[in-house]
Write a protein that binds this ligand. Structure first.
Ligand code: PHE
Length: 400
């Protein structure tokens, strides 16, 4: 069977259009509601004469979908609040959102679309560090500022002077759990189970395996899996033989939930420890009660009595019907940092916005006060949470 070239071209275009349709989501102010096409002609500097357009890339579907959905809600809330208060520079704010299906290649493509086609002024995203790394390449070379709410791998902001984050970085997060294991759990021997497909996971492993021995502990073994695996029994059996007192599992909730179950089935009863990647309601659905007595580090705890945090939680619950997780809080903070920078910038050009974001200082976020350092990272404390009765409870704060 032979098809003519125009037919093939048409088919390719239809496929592309369908893909765009699927990926672009309706947003707070209606931007993007018509699929991948910009609903307003993009003027120079992003948006139209009465709208400033921001971009967002997130994992709204796929393996880590709760990350993208929570972030989306947090950003949405911040934008709605700003618009209700009259907007910025006399204009309303809108967000063009793309779903990257939890995949780095898709995140990169969406970023290219945001800078070339939608001409957004600032990009928010991603959560998983591997996805943010793919985005950062594109944003940096286009000279469009990008703020990742939650990616903690140190190399993300090293991609260049247009890339920022409003969270702490993994050299700190890994140190926090090493210290917690040593001082609070009094563990001498800890095994590590890492995801070798995730920049986040092997980054945390690299830190933990250096910091924990420095504090006098011993790493009994380092085993690896690949994101999306479903059988971890071989690695867990190897770990069990080394008789650790705790196991560090710096992965994402979708894998960790299954790992926890299989560990208990194999008679491994010691606490598991993890990082922010555990933060999802879905973790408890997958793990049942098998993570009771385990610990992880995170950016925020809804138990924080600070009135600003409690107001955010109440507003979020009213709008989205659930208690915000760390991603929601960080998404909200990232959007607010972007909004404040847009307000202060002398114009909406890339360099002006980059400089304005870089000046962020003592910004009162709901996931901690944000001051960006010279490497465009926020320096903040971390919370350690303990899992019990199917939820995470605040244990302690560790400051840098
Ligand atoms: N820090 C994780 C990463 O860089 C992402 C994450 C942040 C996940 C906060 C959950 C909560 O990949």
């Amino acid at each position: 069977m032979r098809r003519s070239a125009p037919m093939l071209l048409l088919a390719a275009f239809a496929l592309f259009a369908a893909a765009c349709q699927k990926k672009s989501q309706p947003t707070s102010s209606g931007e993007g509601a018509q699929g991948g096409q910009a609903t307003q002609p993009a003027a120079a500097g992003g948006g139209s004469s009465d709208t400033i357009l921001l971009g967002e890339v997130g994992s709204l579907t796929g393996a880590q979908a709760t990350f993208g959905v929570s972030t989306r809600n947090g950003v949405d809330l911040a934008i709605k609040e700003a618009n209700a208060a009259g907007g910025v520079k006399g204009k309303k704010l809108a967000v063009r959102v793309y779903d990257d299906q939890s995949k780095p290649e898709e995140a990169a493509q969406a970023t290219t679309r945001l800078v070339t086609q939608d001409k957004v002024v600032v990009i928010l995203g991603e959560v998983a560090s591997s996805n943010s790394l793919a985005m950062a390449e594109k944003a940096q070379s286009a000279g469009v500022p990008m703020i990742t709410p939650a990616s903690t791998n140190p190399t993300v902001t090293q991609k260049g002077d247009y890339i920022f984050r409003v969270c702490f970085i993994d050299p700190f997060q890994g140190y926090v759990m090493a210290k917690f294991a040593r001082e609070n759990l009094k563990a001498n021997d800890v095994a590590i189970l890492q995801d070798n497909k995730s920049a986040y996971s092997f980054g945390l492993t690299d830190v933990f395996k250096v910091e924990f021995p420095k504090m006098g502990g011993k790493i009994t073994t380092i085993e690896s899996y690949s994101q999306g695996d479903t059988d971890f029994r071989a690695q867990l059996t190897a770990i069990k033989k080394t008789k650790p007192q705790a196991i560090y599992v710096p992965g994402y909730y979708n894998d960790v939930g299954i790992i926890a179950r299989q560990a208990r089935e194999l008679g491994l009863t010691v606490p598991l420890m993890g990082g922010d990647g555990w933060d999802s309601e879905k973790l408890f659905e997958l793990a049942g009660n098998t993570l009771d007595g385990s610990y992880f580090s995170n950016h925020y705890s809804p138990d924080n009595p600070d009135p600003k945090v409690q107001k955010f939680i109440a507003d979020y619950k009213a709008a989205y019907g659930s208690v915000p997780d760390a991603l929601a809080a960080l998404g909200y903070d990232a959007a607010k940092v972007a909004i404040a920078a847009i307000e202060r910038a002398k114009d909406l050009s890339g360099p002006a916005l980059r400089d304005a974001i870089a000046q962020t200082k003592d910004f009162p976020g709901v996931a901690g006060t944000i001051t960006l350092d010279k490497d465009r990272n926020a320096v903040k404390s971390a919370a350690v949470l303990k899992i019990g009765d199917g939820k995470a409870q605040f244990v302690t704060t560790i400051t840098p």
